[in-house]
Ligand binder design. Structure first.
Ligand code: ADP
Ligand code: MG
Length: 657
């Protein structure tokens, strides 16, 4: 189950608890889970292929028939007159109530039943909750003993946490359910604290190391910058630029994540950073995951930078050797103020004279080593990460805890929000008719399918659907197909045709998610929309609504109330962050509802959405400690590195750049 070490076993918390403390009176039982203590009146045993032991029970308030299915080993073990404890599921049988026994124990003569709270662990077919429970119960003291109690006493006192050993004991073997919550709070706090501590340490190290070139913006720079723009920056763009410029005036290198939905205007913010770097005599580099994206960046940035005399150099893998050499020369000589490119930027032949600002677009699509390599082309460059993937604020706190965050939470004015509708699959013809009408009005449309070929009957394949549309549904329209298996040149050609308006309808897989920008496309139909996460659907629909026209997104899903309800969240909101947060919440709930517990082995125990308050408390403590004792040399902080080391998410923060 991904559990390899004693510590991981201890950290494998129960996903639920059964309260077996108070037996119910048989006379009051209703169908459902129940616990009873009663006397056996009669036992029957049925041998054969499907052995069954049943016992009539009486507790003075009523009678019930207990049934043990398939447990041959119980033959001869139960006898009339014995008192038993039984937990199981009550159902109405043909002759009154039955209880299907999941757990039982014969009580000793005169034993007073005292009951217990039983932990239920996420289990598999091969490894049952009961096996995990007994293993942990048998070894609990030793497991706790091995673990280092590193949380400073002052922190424990301030938050009123139970003592270390008690907390761990109470989550696995609680005397009552209230003890579980107190113990869990301490454990989750400790984990969050470790993550926050790692982030604070990393930040402190970066601050202490310094080494970046500080550039103070000249007083008139903002006015000059704005004067060159064809529009006024939004308030959100202005805030982000202010954050970035403030970072760049310091010798501690900037380490900032700029988040903004598709179309929110990140390019302008990046341009402002590049302009400031340039006034400080520094070059910039911008790396994007694909050539399409890099080319778009170059095309959008060039006019914004031109008034400042900054020339843009593109570095692509597809460049011929001669062009490549020329580009490298201009970067090496400093003639190029900005180099834009793909991974090709990482090659050794690309050398800067004075690289001071590194911008990485969609940073999650690059590996740690790649990001480090680009930054390695300068001593301590200011670094700006950009992403259009909205990361819920809560999640960003842990995953990107060492980055400063700027969020563009406002679209430029004059944009008409996308109207989103959810349609049941039976109404797909209406959606296609809507596409036809819009094409008649001069618009273009995307139809997104979840697969290239229909490998499962329940899935719509792009190829087949395109053929069907072309032949039967919209024969009068020009239909094209785009999918991941096309060669790069073919993809490019399909995109160019759509770009130039030579195709009306583009049937595509999710490859349209990135790097497609056709303002005349105003309708998107997403087939089998239930297959996607909400955040991904939001990204997809960002392909429309890029022009001034009203634009529409139609989500097609089977007639399933749950799926429809989830998709309605998208119809109701255009805020990528709110959607991502909701998506995260739904997914976490889904994971907990299933049998496998989320977080075994590598994940976190705490749920950053549900436990966010606790995270913020842990972060405040971690920040305070690092501010006063950045080397963790005080005696009460001596064990903190052990705590950090024991948490995968915290370790990861310290090694990644
Ligand atoms: P992103 O990269 O965040 O998806 P872009 O930077 O490409 O968004 O901007 C999207 C579009 O909005 C571009 O056409 C850009 O010119 C325009 N734009 C950006 N900022 C503004 C603004 N403040 N006012 C009006 N239009 C803007
Ligand atoms: Mg962009």
């Amino acid at each position: 189950m991904g559990i390899f070490a004693p510590d991981e076993l201890l950290a494998y918390l129960p996903r639920a608890y059964r309260d077996w403390r108070t037996p119910q009176a048989i006379g009051t039982l209703e169908p459902g889970e129940a616990v009873i203590v009663a006397t056996i009146v009669r036992v029957r045993e049925r041998p054969g292929r499907f052995p069954l032991v049943s016992a009539d029970l009486d507790d003075g308030t009523g009678t019930i028939s207990a049934k043990w299915f398939g447990r041959r080993h119980l033959f001869g073990k139960l006898a009339a007159g014995e008192r038993v404890f039984i937990a199981g599921r009550v159902a109405r049988g043909p002759r009154g109530l039955d209880i299907n026994v999941t757990s039982h124990r014969v009580l000793r003569d005169g034993e007073q039943y005292s009951g217990e709270v039983v932990p239920i662990y996420g289990a598999t077919k091969e490894l049952t909750s009961r096996q995990i429970r007994t293993t942990i119960a048998k070894n609990l003291a030793a497991l706790i003993d091995r673990r280092v109690d590193a949380l400073p006493e002052a922190v424990v006192r301030r938050h009123g946490f139970p003592p270390f050993a008690q907390a761990w004991h109470d989550v696995h073997a609680p005397a009552d359910p209230a003890a579980v919550e107190a113990g869990r709070r301490r454990i989750v706090f400790e984990e969050f604290f470790g993550i926050a501590l790692a982030a604070a340490l990393k930040r402190a190290r970066r601050e202490a190391a310094g080494g970046a070139t500080p550039i103070a913006p000249p007083p008139e720079l903002w006015a000059t910058f704005c004067a060159q723009l064809p529009f006024a920056p939004t308030a959100a763009q202005e805030r982000a630029i202010a954050d970035i410029w403030a970072d760049m005036t310091r010798s501690a290198p900037m380490n900032r994540l700029l988040q903004g939905d598709v179309g929110s205007g990140k390019t302008l913010v990046a341009a402002a950073a590049i302009v400031l770097a340039h006034t400080g005599g520094l070059q910039s580099a911008l790396m994007a995951p694909t050539e399409i994206l890099a080319a778009q960046h170059a095309a959008k940035l060039a006019p914004l930078l031109l008034p400042f005399g900054i020339t843009v150099e593109a570095v692509f893998g597809s460049l011929g050797a001669r062009d490549r050499r020329a580009a490298n020369d201009r970067i090496r000589s400093g003639a190029a103020g900005l180099a834009v490119g793909t991974h090709a930027l990482l090659t050794e032949s690309v050398e800067f004279v004075r690289l001071g600002l590194v911008i990485i677009d969609e940073q999650h699509r690059f590996g740690v080593a790649q990001r480090a390599r680009l930054r390695g082309k300068a001593l301590a460059p200011h670094t700006l990460y950009m992403t259009a993937t909205p990361i819920p604020r809560t999640l960003a706190q842990t995953r990107y805890a060492d980055l400063d965050l700027s969020i563009i939470d406002e679209l430029p004015p004059g944009r008409t929000p996308i109207e989103t509708y959810v349609l049941r699959a039976s109404r797909k013809p209406h959606a296609y008719e809507f596409v036809r009408k819009n094409v008649e009005l001069g618009r273009q449309a995307y139809i997104v399918a979840p697969a290239i070929d229909a490998s499962e009957p329940a899935l719509t394949g792009a190829l087949h659907e395109a053929e069907r549309i072309r032949r039967d549904v919209l024969p009068q329209l020009r239909v094209d197909v785009l999918h991941g298996k096309l060669a790069a040149r073919e993809k490019e050609a399909v995109m160019q045709r759509f770009n130039r308006g030579e195709t009306d309808v583009l049937v595509a897989t999710t490859v349209v998610e990135v790097g497609v920008d056709v303002p005349n496309a105003s309708v998107m139909v997403i087939l089998d929309a239930q297959r996607y996460g909400l955040a991904q659907l939001h990204q997809l629909r960002g392909r429309v609504g890029r022009g001034v026209e009203r634009s529409f997104c139609i989500l097609i899903a089977p007639d399933d109330a749950g799926a429809i309800e989830r998709l309605e969240i998208l119809a109701a909101s255009t805020d990528g962050f709110a959607i991502a947060e909701e998506d995260l919440r739904l997914r976490r709930e889904g994971e907990f509802a299933g049998t496998a517990q989320a977080g075994a082995g590598t994940g976190t125990i705490g749920n950053i959405v549900a436990d966010f308050e606790l995270y913020m408390q842990a972060k405040a403590e971690a920040d305070r400690i690092v501010a006063h004792d950045p080397e963790l040399v005080a005696p009460e902080h001596r064990l903190l590195p052990v705590l950090v080391d024991g948490i995968a998410a915290a370790r990861a923060l310290l090694v990644t750049s």
